[in-house]
Design a protein around this ligand. Structure first.
Ligand code: ADP
Ligand code: TRP
Length: 324
């Protein structure tokens, strides 16, 4: 499998990002190709402050490495360090039919809300297609919200191949485990747009406070409770073994346990789960040059691959294989 995925550095990674995406990236490292990049070019469509973008990219690299991405098994790089991807974006843009982009959710939603979209947002899926096709990727781990973009990618690859002969590899979505619709502190889907996130790398004190703020119903302490409708339990399920889950579920059903106690159990499980990642992150934070080196080495590997693909594509459509 030639695996590739990108994650936007648009804020601090939260539990939803971890269970819905990052955990699977880590599980898929060590494949024939395991390329993961920080999608800073995509983030430019929403992050307009240079210092914020820089900080987000630095944090994203630290987070991914601390959570278990290993440079010996996976290639981690910044999207913008491979400029051939933007070149490929143009080549693909020339064969992209407008209607394909007009139906894409991100653009359609903005338009429906009467918000003016810029060309970057409109052509976002073409840049994403270039990210994928530029490395001959075969499998793209993504959340359900991104499947439409993989379909656009396949359409573009097919059209290019029809026009210019077999040049691009058709990728497949590797759909991430959707049991991972991780709820936020208000019980809705955890998302930074809803202001209900639990960041992965939060101080223990703030983490505890956030967990204690998870909304629960008003069932009194003594009464039996339903674990299946409780966000605290849904979150605990992500951390606990099946025995641990059954044990907590039994405490819910038996009554006599308040939500505070369930939250305490969740807090302890989270601290245990992310304990080593916390330590690794603290260590990496002291070694920014080493982190930068990982990104630079990663970009070298990724760029060499992308240059081969772009040479093939340039030649196929009638340009010289390489610029002079
Ligand atoms: P946000 O909704 O906070 O802006 P993103 O859209 O940047 O998060 O998320 C990047 C990826 O993380 C998504 O494609 C998805 O796979 C995963 N993800 C985000 N939030 C959740 C969630 N609540 N449950 C499961 N997966 C999630
Ligand atoms: N659009 C993706 C998201 O918001 C991020 C992304 C950019 C990506 N390029 C990609 C994901 C290529 C997979 C492959 O989650």
């Amino acid at each position: 499998m030639k695996v590739l995925s990108g994650i936007q550095p648009t804020g601090r990674f939260h539990w939803g990002n971890y269970f819905g995406a990052i955990r699977q990236y880590i599980a898929l490292q060590g494949n024939e190709q395991s390329f993961y990049f920080i999608a800073d070019l995509h983030a430019l469509t929403t992050v307009r402050e240079p210092a914020v973008l820089r900080q987000n990219v630095a944090d994203a690299a630290l987070d991914l490495l601390a959570l278990g991405l290993e440079p010996s098994k996976a290639t981690l790089f910044r999207q913008s360090d491979v400029p051939e991807v933007t070149e490929l974006t143009w080549l693909l843009m020339t064969i992209t039919q407008m209607h394909l982009l007009e139906k894409c959710h991100a653009f359609k939603d903005k338009k429906a809300k009467g918000i003016a979209a810029d060309a970057g947002l409109f052509t976002y899926p073409v840049l994403m297609a270039a990210d994928i096709l530029g490395y001959d990727s075969t499998h793209v781990p993504v959340g359900a919200d991104q499947i439409q973009h993989i379909e656009v990618t396949r359409d573009l690859a097919q059209r290019f191949n029809q026009l210019y002969g077999e040049s691009l590899v058709l990728p497949e979505p590797y759909v991430l485990d959707d049991s991972a619709k991780v709820p936020g502190t208000d019980g809705e889907k955890m998302s930074k747009s809803y202001n209900n996130t639990i960041p992965i790398f939060e101080t223990p004190k703030k983490l505890r406070k956030l967990i204690m703020s998870i909304q629960t119903d008003s069932t009194p302490m003594e009464a039996p409770k339903n674990p299946d409708t409780c966000a605290v339990f849904q979150l605990y399920k992500l951390f606990g073994t099946s025995e641990q889950q059954q044990e907590l579920a039994a405490r819910y059903r038996a009554g006599g346990m308040g939500y505070g106690a369930a939250k305490e159990t969740l807090y302890e499980a989270a601290m245990q789960h992310f304990g080593t990642a916390f330590e690794r992150r603290a260590d990496l934070e002291k070694r920014p040059a080493d982190v930068e080196d990982i990104l630079v080495q990663g970009a070298r590997v990724a760029r060499a691959k992308c240059q081969q693909v772009v040479a093939r594509v340039r030649e196929a459509c009638g340009l010289s294989a390489k610029p002079v």
